[in-house]
Design a protein around this ligand. Structure first.
Ligand SMILES: Nc1ncnc2c1ncn2[C@@H]1O[C@H](COP(=O)(O)OP(=O)(O)OP(=O)(O)O)[C@@H](O)[C@H]1O
Length: 681
C-alpha cells in the first residue's frame, strides 16, 4: 500500500468502497526485494492461550479447529456463497469446520496455499518449516501441472493403461459425507486437468467442457435419502427389502435355464470369469414379452400353415412381419429347407449333408434380417429353441437377440480348451439345429477353431470325430470383412500365424465354408443414394476430394450441439470416453435443470486377483472412472434422471441386459440392507 500521491502506473486502486480508496493505492511487488513479510498482531484464535499452555505442540481440539475455520471462511469464501451453506448446518457444534471442509477444496490452488499459510500463524518456526516441506512434497503434482502443462507427456495420459492397478493400497473406507464432497471437488479439478490435456488433442472436446465452479448452496451435498423430498425429482429411493428380494428372485429365475440344478455346479466348477462370460448362469436369449395378442396371432399363423408347412410357405408367412427382399427370401428359404429336412433325424449326420454357409455384404444390406426371419419361422414350427445366435461381443449379440460365443460355449478369455462341459451347456446344445455367428470379421482363426472344439465337446462328440461344430446341421457365418477386425489374431481370410496350430485348424475350417452369398441391395441408405455411393467409394478406398470435403463439413465444433445429445461416439481411449461422458451428463442435467447424483459405486463383479487391493481412500475412489469390467475396485457413478446409458457387463441375457446394451436410466434404487460406508448425521 502506498500514498495515492506517489502512485505509479502499475499500482492498483482500491475498491471504491474501501476506506482508503481516496488516500492510498495498492502497490504490486515487482521484484523479490519488494516482498514484505506480513506480521500478525494479537492472537489468531480465542483459544490461543489455552493452546500455548500445552507443551510440545498445537492440539487440534475441535474448538480450535472450528475457530480457525471460521477465520479462514471469512478470509477466503465470499459471504453470498457461504450463507446458504451455513444455514444447513446451524445445529452442528463445529459448523465452521464442517463448512470449511466443504469449501476448501473448491478454492483455487493458490488460495489453498494462502489458507495453509494462515494456519501457520499459530505454529512455531520449526513446525512451519516441517509443514512447508510436507506441503512441497504433497503439492508437487499441482505445481507441476500448473506450470508445465504443455510439457506433459500426453502418452502418459492414457487411462487405458493398467499400470496404476497396483498402486492402490488398502486404506480406511469410513469416510464421511464431508470427505466425499471434499474429494469430489478435488477430483473435479483432476477432471478439468484431463479436459485441458484432451483439448490439446481434440479441440472440439474443449468447447464442450465447463470449468469447475465455485461452491454454491446447490453444489454437491449429501442427500438424506429416506427423508429428502427431492427424491421424486432425482429418482433415487429406497424400496423395502421384500420388493428387492422379489426382483432378485425374478431376475435369477430369468437368468436360469431349464436345468436349474446344474447352474450351481457350473458356477462352482466350470468356467473362468472374463469380459464375456460373466453371466454364465444364463442360458440363451429368448424374447420375454409375449402378450396375449402376439400369442393368438402365433396360434393363427400356425393354424394357417397346417401340419407340414414348406420352407416357401414359412417364408411367406414371416415375410408379412419381417420384410425380405428377393435374395433374403432365397437365403431364408434355403436355411429353412435344411431345418425341415433334418426335423426327423436332426442328429444323424449320416443321413444329411451339413450346411456351412457364409452370408456377407456391406453394412445395411440386411444381413441381420436373416436370423430374425429364421427365428420367427422356427417359432411357427415350435422349434425356436433349436437356434443358437452368437456374436463376438455383447453389443453385437444383443442386436440379433443372442449371446456371445464365450457365454454360449463357456469359452474363457484365455481360451483354455476344456475337455468336458457341465450338463447345463450340454443339454443346451444337444438339440440345436442352426447356429448363427454374426460379425465374423471380428472372429480370428484361432477362435473359429476354439468354437468348433467347444461345439464338439458340448455335443459330446469324441475328439477323434471329424465332424465340424459337433455335427450341427446348419452353421452360418455372417458379417462383412470391411468392418471391425479381430481384437487379436488373424482374421478368417488371413494367413495363420507361424507355428500356430489353432490358426491352421481355424483356416482349415474356414475353407469348408464354400457356399457364400453376398447381399448387395442397400436397405439402410436406400433413401440416401448419394451418401451410399460415398460409402461405397470409401469401402474401395477411392474417396474423391468432394467426398472428403463433404465428410469434413460434418466435423463437429462442439460436443454440445443438440443433435449430439444421445449420439453414440466411438473413441480410441477410455480417457476420452470418460471426458465425453462427463461433459454430456453435465450438459444433459443443466439443460433439464436437474441435479447430478454422484454415487461411490462398488463393483459387485470384480475380477481382481488381489482382493486386498479393493479398498481405497475416498479421493482414489472418486478419481477412478470405470475401465470396463476390469476395474478391480469401487468406482464413481454419476447419475441424472433419464440419462442415456450403456451396460458394461452381462447381467441377464434373457432380458437383453448384456455388455453393450443401450438404455435409459430412469431411477436408482438403493439397497436398504446394503452396507454403507457413508456416515449420515
Ligand atoms: N427387406 C428389407 N426391407 C426393408 N427394410 C429392410 C430390409 N432388410 C433390412 N432392412 C432394414 O435395413 C436396415 C439395415 O439392415 P441390417 O441391420 O439387417 O443390415 P446389416 O447388413 O446387418 O448391417 P450391418 O452390417 O451394419 O450390421 C435395418 O433398419 C433393417 O430393418
Amino acid at each position: 500500500m502506498r500514498d495515492k500521491q506517489g502512485a505509479a502506473t502499475t499500482d492498483l486502486d482500491f475498491d471504491a468502497a474501501h476506506p482508503r480508496y481516496t488516500t492510498h493505492v495498492q502497490h504490486l511487488a515487482q521484484k523479490p526485494a519488494h516482498v514484505a513479510t506480513v506480521t500478525f498482531k494479537g492472537q489468531l484464535t480465542q483459544f490461543q492461550e489455552a493452546e500455548d499452555a500445552i507443551s510440545g505442540g498445537h492440539p487440534a481440539t475441535e474448538a480450535i479447529l472450528n475457530d480457525v475455520a471460521q477465520i479462514l471462511l471469512g478470509l477466503f469464501v465470499p459471504w453470498h456463497d457461504l450463507s446458504a451453506i451455513l444455514s444447513q448446518f446451524t445445529s452442528q457444534e463445529n459448523i465452521y469446520s464442517i463448512v470449511w471442509t466443504i469449501a476448501q477444496p473448491t478454492l483455487a490452488p493458490h488460495n489453498r496455499e494462502f489458507a495453509a499459510n494462515i494456519e501457520l500463524l499459530r505454529k512455531s518456526k520449526e513446525d512451519c518449516q516441517a509443514d512447508a516441506k510436507l506441503r512441497a512434497w504433497t503439492h508437487l503434482d499441482d505445481d507441476f501441472f500448473d506450470r508445465q502443462i504443455v510439457d506433459l507427456d500426453q502418452g502418459s495420459f492414457d487411462s487405458d493403461s493398467d499400470e496404476h492397478d497396483d498402486d492402490f493400497q488398502a486404506q480406511s473406507e469410513n469416510f464421511t459425507a464431508e470427505t466425499l464432497i471434499a474429494a469430489y471437488h478435488t477430483i473435479r479439478q483432476v477432471w478439468s486437468r484431463e479436459s485441458t490435456i484432451t483439448a490439446h488433442r481434440i479441440p472440439a472436446l474443449a468447447r464442450g467442457t465447463t470449468p469447475g465452479r465455485n461452491i454454491q448452496h446447490f453444489n454437491p451435498r449429501p442427500i438424506t435419502i429416506p427423508t429428502s423430498s427431492a427424491n421424486d425429482i432425482l429418482g433415487v429411493r429406497f424400496l423395502p427389502p421384500s420388493v428387492l428380494q422379489c426382483w432378485e428372485r425374478r431376475l435369477k429365475c430369468l437368468a436360469s435355464t431349464k436345468d436349474n440344478a446344474s447352474i450351481a455346479e457350473q458356477q462352482n466348477s466350470s468356467f473362468q470369469l472374463d469380459d464375456f462370460d460373466q453371466d454364465i448362469g444364463d442360458g440363451f436369449l429368448q424374447p420375454m414379452l409375449v402378450d396375449s395378442d402376439v400369442f393368438h396371432s402365433l396360434q393363427d399363423r400356425r393354424f394357417q400353415l397346417g401340419e407340414n408347412p414348406t420352407a416357401a410357405s414359412l417364408v411367406s408367412s414371416v415375410g408379412q412381419d419381417i420384410p425380405l427382399n428377393s435374395k433374403q427370401r432365397l437365403i431364408v428359404q434355403k436355411i429353412l429347407a435344411e431345418a425341415l429336412a433334418c426335423a426327423d433325424h436332426p442328429y444323424d449326420s449320416s443321413r444329411r449333408k451339413q450346411l456351412l454357409l457364409c452370408i456377407t455384404g456391406e453394412g445395411g444390406t440386411g444381413k441381420s434380417q436373416i436370423p430374425k426371419a429364421i427365428v420367427a419361422a422356427m417359432d411357427l414350427l415350435g422349434r425356436k429353441d433349436e437356434i443358437m445366435l452368437m456374436a463376438p461381443t455383447g453389443a453385437a449379440a444383443d442386436t440379433i437377440g443372442g449371446n456371445t460365443y464365450h457365454t454360449s460355449l463357456g469359452i474363457s478369455i484365455n481360451r483354455l480348451q476344456k475337455s468336458s462341459m457341465g450338463s447345463r451347456v450340454r443339454s443346451l446344445w444337444a438339440h440345436k439345429t442352426i447356429m448363427f455367428i454374426d460379425e465374423m470379421s471380428m472372429m480370428d482363426l484361432t477362435m473359429l477353431s476354439v468354437v468348433n472344439n467347444h461345439c464338439r465337446i458340448a455335443r459330446s462328440l469324441d475328439r477323434s470325430s471329424t465332424e465340424l461344430f459337433g455335427g450341427l446341421p446348419v452353421v452360418i457365418l455372417m458379417g462383412d470383412f470391411f468392418q471391425f477386425p479381430p481384437v487379436r489374431g488373424p482374421a478368417l481370410w488371413k494367413e495363420p500365424r507361424d507355428g500356430n496350430d489353432e490358426d491352421v485348424n481355424g483356416q482349415m475350417i474356414w475353407h469348408q465354408f464354400k457356399q457364400v452369398i453376398i447381399l448387395d441391395e442397400q436397405m439402410r441408405q436406400s433413401e440416401d443414394p448419394s451418401f451410399h455411393s460415398l460409402l461405397t467409394r470409401a469401402r474401395r478406398a477411392a474417396l474423391t476430394q468432394r467426398d472428403v470435403d463433404r465428410l469434413n463439413s460434418k466435423a463437429i465444433s462442439s460436443l454440445l450441439e443438440p443433435r449430439l445429445e444421445c449420439a453414440t461416439a466411438i473413441t480410441k481411449l477410455n480417457s476420452i470416453r470418460h471426458l465425453i461422458n462427463r461433459t454430456q451428463i453435465e450438459h444433459f442435467a443443466i439443460t433439464r435443470s436437474q441435479p447430478i447424483c454422484v454415487f461411490p459405486a462398488e463393483h459387485s463383479r470384480i475380477k481382481t486377483k488381489n482382493a486386498t487391493k479393493t479398498r481405497l481412500r475416498a479421493e482414489d475412489l472418486l478419481q477412478q472412472p470405470d475401465q470396463g469390467t476390469k476395474i478391480p475396485f469401487p468406482g464413481l457413478f454419476l447419475y441424472t434422471r433419464n440419462m442415456p446409458a450403456v451396460i458394461l457387463t452381462n447381467i441377464c441375457s434373457r432380458i437383453g441386459q448384456v455388455n453393450g446394451a443401450l438404455g435409459t436410466v430412469v431411477g436408482v434404487v438403493l439397497d436398504p440392507t446394503g452396507k454403507s460406508s457413508f456416515s449420515r448425521k
